[in-house]
Design a binder for this molecule. Structure first.
Ligand code: TXA
Ligand code: MG
Length: 319
C-alpha cells in the first residue's frame, strides 16, 4: 500500500487531458483508454518514466513495451518502414495492429522500452483519448495494458482502478473499450508476416491486405523464440481462480461464462457474435473472478476470425 497518494479517475475531456499531459511530461505514468484495452502510458523517451511503468505493474523488465504514436511522421522517426510495413500501416492504422520493426539508431527512445531488442513494437491507435494525449504531451508513449503484470487486462476504467489503485496518479475514463482485446502483434518480413500475438486484426485480414502468408512462430533468421513475444508468457491474463475451458454446463461451484444460446451465469454473446464476445471477454472474467463461485468455466468459442485471439487469451487464463 502506498499512502503517498491515491489514484484519481477523471472523465476524459479537455481539462483532464491537459492534466494527464502535464503528468506525462513530469515523467509520471497515466492510464488512458485505447480501442483495445486501457494502457498505462509514459514518455517513451524518458527512462525514469518507463521504469515507472514497470514498477507500477510489477512487470519483469525483460518484457518490452509497445510504443504509441499519433501519426506516421512520428512513427517514421522511430523505426524503419519496409514496403511491407508501409502497406500494413496504410491499411490498418489507425487501429488495433502493432508492428515489430527495426528501431532507428536516432529514435531517442529509452532502451528500457525495447528491453535489449533491436526492434520496437509500434502502434498508431484509433482512440481519440490516446491520440490526443500523445499530441498534447508531444511524446511517443510507451503503454502496456494497465493492470498488474499477469492479471486480467482492463477494458474499463474500474478494472484499472481495482488493479493499480495507489500505484498511479490518474486514470482517464472514457467508458468500455470497443475491441476488448489487445492489439494484434505482427512482424512484417519481405516474403511473409510473422504473427506474434493474435488480436482484432485477424490472420485473414493480414493476408488479404499484404498478399503474403502469415506464419506463427520464432524469427527465422535467429531461430530465437525467447523474448520475441514474451507477452506470450504461458500464464497471463490470469484470474485468481482456476479456469476450465470448453465447458458445456456449470459443475458444482463453477461460474459459467457462456457463448451463444445456453444456460450460463453470464453470456459473452447470445447471438454467437465473436466481435461482441471479444469486447465482453475481460469484463466477464473480472465479474467471474469476483463472484461467490470458487471456479470459472468458459463455453467453447469457435476458433475462427477473432475467435483465435479469444481462445489465445483463454488458454493463458487457464494455464
Ligand atoms: O492493445 C494493446 O496492444 C495494448 C494497448 C495499451 O495498446 N498494449 C499491450 O501492451 O497489450 P503489452 O505490454 O501488454 O503487450 C506488449 C507485447 C508484449 O507481449 C511484448 O512482449 C511485445 O508486445 N513486444 C514489445 N516489443 C516487442 C518487440 N520488439 N518484439 C517482439 N515483441 C514485442
Ligand atoms: Mg498485458
Amino acid at each position: 500500500p502506498n499512502p503517498a497518494f491515491s489514484t484519481r479517475v477523471c472523465r476524459y475531456g479537455a481539462e483532464a487531458l491537459r492534466e494527464a499531459a502535464l503528468l506525462i511530461r513530469a515523467g509520471e505514468p497515466v492510464a488512458v483508454p485505447t480501442e483495445t484495452v486501457y494502457g498505462l502510458a509514459a514518455d517513451a523517451t524518458d527512462s525514469q518514466a518507463v521504469a515507472g511503468i514497470y514498477s507500477a505493474k510489477g512487470r519483469p523488465s525483460f518484457n518490452p513495451l509497445i510504443v504509441h504514436v499519433s501519426d506516421m511522421e512520428m512513427a517514421r522517426r522511430l523505426a524503419d518502414f519496409s514496403p511491407q510495413a508501409e502497406q500494413l500501416a496504410a491499411r490498418f492504422w489507425p487501429g488495433a495492429l502493432t508492428m515489430v520493426l527495426p528501431v532507428r539508431a536516432d529514435s531517442g527512445l529509452s532502451p528500457l522500452v525495447m528491453a535489449g531488442l533491436p526492434t520496437v513494437a509500434l502502434r498508431l491507435p484509433a482512440h481519440p483519448a490516446m491520440r490526443a494525449l500523445i499530441r498534447e504531451s508531444g511524446r511517443p508513449l510507451a503503454a502496456p495494458s494497465a493492470n498488474r503484470s499477469g492479471a486480467i487486462s482492463p477494458s474499463r476504467a474500474e478494472h484499472v482502478l481495482a488493479s493499480l489503485n495507489g500505484k498511479i496518479r490518474m486514470i482517464l475514463d472514457e467508458g468500455p473499450t470497443s475491441e476488448g482485446l489487445e492489439s494484434t502483434i505482427a512482424a512484417p518480413e519481405a516474403d511473409r508476416i510473422r504473427l506474434l500475438r493474435p488480436g482484432p486484426v485477424t490472420t485473414a485480414m493480414l493476408e488479404e491486405a499484404s498478399g503474403l502468408p502469415v506464419i506463427t512462430g520464432p524469427d527465422s533468421k535467429t531461430g530465437n523464440a525467447k523474448i520475441e513475444a514474451p507477452g506470450q508468457l504461458e500464464s497471463h491474463y490470469a484470474p485468481s481462480k482456476p479456469v476450465r475451458l470448453n465447458a458445456l454446463r456449470a459443475e458444482k461451484d463453477e461460474y459459467l461464462i457462456g457463448f451463444g444460446l445456453m444456460p450460463c451465469h453470464l453470456n459473452l454473446s447470445v447471438d454467437a457474435d465473436l466481435r461482441e464476445a471479444a469486447a465482453n471477454l475481460f469484463a466477464a472474467l473480472h465479474v467471474a473472478d469476483a463472484s461467490i463461485q470458487g471456479r470459472i468455466a468458459v463455453a467453447p468459442i469457435p476458433d475462427e476470425g477473432i475467435g483465435t485471439a479469444i481462445n489465445d487469451r483463454l488458454r493463458r487464463a487457464a494455464a
